[in-house]
Design a protein around this ligand. Structure first.
Ligand code: AMP
Ligand code: FES
Ligand code: ZN
Length: 309
């Protein structure tokens, strides 16, 4: 198999793109794909301050690597979720990467913010699926860190596989509000929000894994222990089977949704949010999702402490 750009021996085959590349050409094409997503979706410009949410996994670290190479002003943000060894190892990978590249990183540890609210504690007390509690908490701390740090943009490493699985989940339940908000760029719609962008939304997990491997990026390979059995993984598995039979399906699903479906959902009138009475973030009701969660944790912890042994 030959590289479609330079005819050297190919190292990577990308069936979705009907292409194969040697190592230098793959690295070039990968970076160009990210650059094109940034420019065509007008995600951000040189001179803006980017806060890059990095989990220690391959996607966010590969993205941070590319953004730094492209000369953007980046700071990493790691949120310590308190998920045992998984969190310890991912934290160490983020810090090591930042040191190696000489990039600044901020760390928010949930156990230190607001009284011991690590993901396992919150999930246990509220009997929620850990991933759902985790999502609410991560979003809150991403927004808070971005606004308080004076950043222009919050960047996440969501890739094509994440976006396709999320789209499938939203379509299966026809969640029109979620479909209206599923975009690679979310403008800052509230003073406590900054713009949120996903430069890897058309880049597959396989491509980021190859990029990270070729660049020697040391990332956490293990999935979060709470991911086992999560519906998101079931959707990813279904989409992978579809992709194997019909290469390019994931890309078409996400790309065409952004072109044709999403604008239709976004055009529907929507309720505008209030300000959360506690933290000032957007809220449907008096409290935002995060403050409601914190309140529920407080109530349940107090009930447990008061309960007879
Ligand atoms: P996930 O929700 O785990 O699929 O991750 C999606 C994106 O969210 C990642 O690519 C990161 O940009 C960001 N992210 C996930 N977990 C963390 C974390 N603990 N700290 C900072 N960013 C994270
Ligand atoms: Fe949030 Fe696994 S990363 S529950
Ligand atoms: Zn709030």
């Amino acid at each position: 198999m030959k590289c479609v750009r330079c005819r050297a021996r190919a190292e990577v085959q990308l069936r979705a793109h009907n292409a194969a590349y040697c190592r230098p050409c793959f690295l070039f094409v990968f970076r160009r794909q990210v650059e094109r997503a940034i420019d065509s979706e007008r995600m951000f410009t040189q001179g803006e301050r980017l806060l890059v949410a990095v989990s220690g996994g391959k996607d966010s670290l590969a993205l941070w690597d590319v953004l730094a190479d492209l000369g953007y002003d980046t700071t990493g943000l790691y949120v310590g979720l308190g998920i045992g060894v998984y969190s310890d190892v991912s934290h160490a990978k983020v810090v090591a990467f930042a040191e190696r590249r000489g990039l600044p990183v901020r760390v928010v540890t949930l156990e230190d913010e607001g009284g011991g609210l690590a993901v396992p504690t919150v999930a246990g007390l509220t009997r929620r699926v850990p991933c759902s509690a985790c999502g609410t908490m991560k979003r809150h701390w991403f927004d808070t860190a971005a606004v308080e740090g004076g950043f222009d943009v919050l960047v996440t490493g969501h890739n094509l596989d994440d976006e396709a699985a999320r789209l499938l989940g939203n379509v299966l339940r026809w969640q029109s509000d979620h479909l209206a908000r599923q975009r690679p760029v979310l403008p800052a719609t509230h003073p406590r929000f900054v713009r949120k962008v996903k430069p890897l939304f058309l880049t597959s997990e396989y491509e980021t894994a190859v990029y990270a491997f070729m660049c020697g990026i040391d990332y956490i390979v293990e999935e979060c222990p709470n991911a086992a059995g999560a519906t998101q993984l079931l959707y990813k598995d279904l989409l992978n089977r579809l992709e194997a039979a019909s290469p390019g399906s994931k890309l078409a699903f996400v790309k065409e949704f952004q072109r044709t479906g999403q604008p239709a959902f976004a055009a529907a009138p929507r309720e505008s949010p209030n300000d959360c009475e506690r933290c000032g973030m957007p809220a449907y009701g008096t409290l935002c999702a995060y403050c409601r969660l914190v309140e529920e944790v407080g109530r349940k912890a107090a009930a447990r402490a008061g309960a007879p042994a």
